[in-house]
Design a protein around this ligand. Structure first.
Ligand code: HEC
Ligand code: HEC
Length: 410
């Protein structure tokens, strides 16, 4: 695989200078030239109209998206975007200017080194966000940050499925008091005082630079960037496309358990996306010290939705421990043992849940070898070969979250 694209060679020095001169000032250094990448990200092909279309081997397979075979088509990805818009979204995603405390970027909770999640069971808001020991000033949220890999294919967003588009979703963290704590007015005012952003937005949206930057543009750019996070070149994919040697014997056993009618994992985590974007009640254990999280049931009185959560993708799942909506399980072995136990065993007394029909009525009775094989199989879904480059600096001049390859503490 080609590895991360090197998009920044041309502006590396300028970016470093911007960092030195601009911290806290919110202005671009004189002479600093910010440019947007005009090439589509890896995995995307430029169409005649100048937008980037996702391309993968899965396109050659016909049939229904939901049939669950190894060679099945993917669901549709959200609409194509211009490369410049994707690249603007990348700057915004890594820019702490988007948060009230000017320390918290999207990447603090959706970290490129942690599968675009944050390694915490429950994310920490504002000043506490990030990885490693909690910084002072933040408070734990009630849920954890899901991975953003392949998020452009999902029909429902958030653990409780409450957002239908990435644009709608992004307004959540930006303006939630306990996440990024910003306001639309403040965000627009901050971005509009930075000349570099004014020219980058004009370039990305092919519009007049005199027009003010709007929140609607910010969320479109963030959505375009997030939709470029694609992962379909794992060892599993090589196997699915016909490379019989891409999985070892144990991993193959695991795939068979995953697809078999005892464990039935693939009925909800449908390949090749490994989710069907549906809501499902599986009876997750409660979180000690927190009120019971009824998921979609907290938003909709339909009794069938009580305890329902959106089926998460399992792509790059080995990179995103701990698991479930609030990190109830520390590793994949613990997750698989949960499914191997009796239906509904973890549901707290007094909660009337309608557990999904794909959760078997009788205990699956998987052997320890089956459990280990399933865990090994889940590890074959890892692929970060299309990871975008983390920008060395962002137009606000605020420091970018530390990541592998940078020397700052995380
Ligand atoms: C303070 C930590 C934090 C920050 C900062 C943050 N997020 Fe999140 N993100 C979360 C949590 C927690 C959830 C799950 C919330 C829920 O489901 O109720 C989430 C969910 C999401 C989802 C839904 C994914 C899915 O599979 O349904 C997307 C997309 C997303 N965030 C994008 C962003 C973007 C874009 C930004 C920056 C504007 C951002 N996040 C900033 C913690 C954070
Ligand atoms: C009825 C649909 C359904 C079936 C069947 C199912 N899952 Fe899940 N899976 C879910 C839902 C919903 C969640 C999220 C639960 C939560 O957060 O409370 C989930 C979460 C997970 C997670 C954690 C992902 C993360 O990012 O936190 C893993 C791993 C997983 N399932 C693997 C499996 C395996 C392995 C099997 C088969 C033994 C299986 N699932 C069967 C619906 C299902």
């Amino acid at each position: 695989m080609s590895g991360a694209p090197q998009r920044f060679a041309a502006q590396g020095l300028g970016a470093v200078l911007a960092l030195i001169f601009c911290v806290g000032s919110g202005a671009a250094a004189p002479g600093q030239e910010w440019r947007l990448d005009d090439a589509c990200p890896p995995g995307f092909e430029e169409l005649a109209g100048g937008t980037c279309a996702f391309r993968s081997f899965y396109e050659i397979y016909g049939g229904s998206v939901d049939h669950g075979g190894l060679r099945a088509a993917l669901p549709a990805i959200r609409g194509a975007a211009r490369p410049q818009l994707i690249d603007l979204g990348r700057y915004l995603f890594f820019d702490p200017l988007l948060a009230a405390d000017r320390r918290t970027s999207c990447a603090h909770c959706h970290h490129p080194d942690l599968g675009y999640a944050d390694g915490r069971g429950r994310s920490m808001g504002l000043a506490g966000a990030g990885v490693g020991p909690a910084r002072s000033g933040g408070a734990a949220l009630s849920r954890g940050a899901p991975t953003l890999w392949n998020v452009g294919f999902l029909r429902r967003l958030f653990w409780d499925g409450r957002a239908a588009s990435l644009e709608e979703q992004a307004r959540g963290p930006l303006f939630a008091a306990d996440e990024m704590g910003n306001s639309p007015e403040q965000l627009e005012a901050d971005l509009n005082t930075i000349p570099a952003y004014r020219s980058l937005f004009a370039a990305a949206f092919a519009r007049d630079a005199a027009a003010p930057i709007t929140v609607a543009e910010v969320v479109r750019a963030l959505a375009a960037f997030q939709s470029s996070l694609v992962s379909f070149n794992s060892r599993y994919d090589r196997y699915a496309h016909g490379d019989a040697k891409a999985l070892d014997a144990q991993e193959l056993d695991g795939l068979n358990v995953f697809r078999g009618f005892v464990a039935r994992c693939s009925q909800c985590h449908i390949p090749p996306l490994f989710t069907d974007s549906e809501m499902a009640v599986i009876g997750a254990p409660p979180v000690p010290g927190l009120p019971y999280d009824a998921g979609a049931g907290a938003l909709d009185p339909d009794p069938a939705l009580r305890g329902a959560f959106r089926v998460p993708t399992l792509r790059n799942v080995a990179r995103t421990a701990p698991y479930f909506q609030a990190g109830q399980f520390k590793d994949l072995d613990a997750v698989v043992r949960f499914y191997n136990d009796a239906r509904g065993h973890a549901v707290p007394a007094g909660q009337a849940l309608q557990i999904h029909w794909h959760i078997p009525m009788s205990r699956p009775m998987l052997s320890d070898a089956d459990v280990a094989a399933l865990v090994a199989f889940l590890g074959t879904l890892t692929d970060e070969s299309m990871a975008p480059a983390v920008p060395p600096a962002v137009p606000s001049g605020l420091p970018v979250v530390a990541h592998s390859g940078s020397s700052l503490p995380r």
